[in-house]
Unconditional design. Structure first.
Length: 62
């Protein structure tokens, strides 16, 4: 079990490192990391999370 957890942790760390190697230089060069569709999805998720947070705050205030 320990080997499984360590393997998964190492995989996540390695994947994060590889993503950083790709994303950081792209952002420095001014390139977009996500496609136009990806940007739309992220914007939609942000809007939905803000709406959900507002509803939650209203329900707790009542």
């Amino acid at each position: 079990m320990l080997a499984l957890v360590l393997g998964l942790t190492l995989s996540v760390i390695l994947a994060t490192f590889v993503m950083a190697l790709v994303v950081v230089p792209a952002r420095r060069d001014g390139r977009e990391v996500l496609t136009e569709r990806g940007e739309e999805v992220v914007a939609g998720l942000k809007a939905r999370s803000e709406d959900a947070r507002a509803r939650l705050e209203r329900s707790h205030a009542a």
